[in-house]
Design a protein around this ligand. Structure first.
Ligand code: IMP
Ligand code: MG
Length: 369
């Protein structure tokens, strides 16, 4: 069972990109299974170089192979730009990138439809309209772009660039992934967004247009449940949100501003400032149950307030003050009494083990318990 699935517990921006990259340093491949360039996965490399990945899987940043699965939607022009940006840091992705021929294309028409963001305050990347076209059976797929037929609605010069750069990469990803699995090679399945944005299980209608929970890793990559080893649910010590809908337990102005500054809570994909709220352990538990998480990964323990303790919403809905910790605690989280008490509180409330604690933005800032 060589597949590890990484999913977000809330509204995205939990730090999945960094976790997927860290896992991919020991894996053969990393595969995105849903969403599109509405995602913004930030990977800070040991050299200090920072990459914000929108469509490409985060493992590519650390040298693994990468797959954009059939469950994703792709903006081809953005993808070509992103490939160039990543290649400037990592060297050529030639032979390392597979783009599913079944992934749907975000067209100019989809972008125009999504331009205002609509009532849900979308990222305006055309993701919702592209998935709508897929469901209406009127979509264009990546395989169409590199194929011989007519493709109305796609600029011919863009199509020529796609053919030139991606003809080899665009293929049926399923036999490729199956080959890796059969050879016992480890694959990281990287989710985008988070459980509260799931089209079926999230806060409808303030959701994204794909499933962001574990089942999408199967349908989006052509896997079966028995392929999965670990399901890793990523949560920060506080939660953030952009776009429409309400954010329960939002912090007051001063702590929100401090956490925003210290956590650099500006959206990687859209540049919008994120609202900040207390972590609700009841929801975290629900997300763990929904995903059947085998482990929780706690992120951003290095982002905290100096003079007042961080608060979370406990199992009974009451506000719980966390034991206060310092920079030294955050630097070595597993040796820290206060952080260990927090970990114990999470494990008890959620009913799943905390398997790793992320204590800084870089890929290496991760302590496995
Ligand atoms: P869409 O996915 O662009 O259609 O936007 C739908 C909702 O999901 C909006 O509230 C977005 O702000 C939110 N959203 C989509 N992708 C992300 C993400 O990667 N991080 C955080 N919020 C997201
Ligand atoms: Mg993001």
């Amino acid at each position: 069972m060589p597949v590890d699935v990484v999913v977000g517990a809330h509204w995205g921006d939990e730090g999945k990109g960094k976790i997927a990259a860290a896992l991919s340093t020991d894996a053969h491949a990393c595969a995105r299974f849903q969403g599109g360039p509405n995602a913004g996965h930030t990977v800070v490399l040991p050299t200090g170089a920072t990459l914000v990945l929108r469509s490409l899987p985060s493992g590519l940043a650390v040298g693994s192979a990468g797959v954009i699965g059939g469950g994703c939607v792709v903006n081809p022009a953005m993808l070509l730009d992103e490939i160039s940006t990543v290649e400037a840091v990592t060297g050529s992705l030639e032979g390392r990138l597979v783009v599913s021929s079944r992934a749907h294309v975000i067209t100019d028409e989809h972008l125009a439809t999504d331009r205002g963001g609509g009532a849900v305050g979308s990222t305006r990347m055309g993701v919702g309209p592209a998935y709508a076209a897929k469901m209406q059976r009127s979509g264009v797929r990546m395989g169409d772009l590199v194929g011989p037929g007519e493709v109305p609605g796609v600029d011919p010069s863009l199509r020529a660039r796609v053919k030139e750069r991606l003809s080899d990469a665009v293929q049926d990803e399923r036999p490729v992934i199956r080959g890796w699995i059969d050879a016992g090679l480890r694959v990281v399945a990287e989710g985008a967004q988070g459980a509260r944005l799931d089209i079926d299980h999230g806060d409808y209608p303030f959701v994204t247009s794909s499933n962001t929970t574990v089942g999408a890793a199967l349908t989006g990559l052509g896997l079966g449940p028995r392929d999965i080893d670990r399901v890793l649910l990523v949560t920060p010590t506080y939660v953030t949100k952009v776009g429409g809908g309400t954010l329960p337990h939002r912090l007051s102005r001063v702590p929100e501003r401090l956490l925003r500054q210290r956590g650099n809570e500006v959206d990687g994909a859209t540049g919008s400032v994120r609202d900040v709220a207390r972590l609700d352990l009841r929801w975290l538990r629900a997300a763990a149950v929904l995903n059947q998480a085998t482990g929780i990964i706690l992120t951003k323990v290095d982002v905290f307030l100096d003079d007042h303790p961080l608060e979370v919403v406990g199992p009974d809905g009451d506000v719980v003050c966390l034991p206060w910790w310092t920079e030294q605690d955050a630097a070595a989280p597993l040796n820290s009494g206060p952080i260990r008490r927090f970990v114990a509180l999470v494990e008890q409330a959620v009913g799943a083990p905390v398997v790793a604690v992320s204590h800084g933005p870089a890929v290496g800032d991760l302590a496995w318990t």
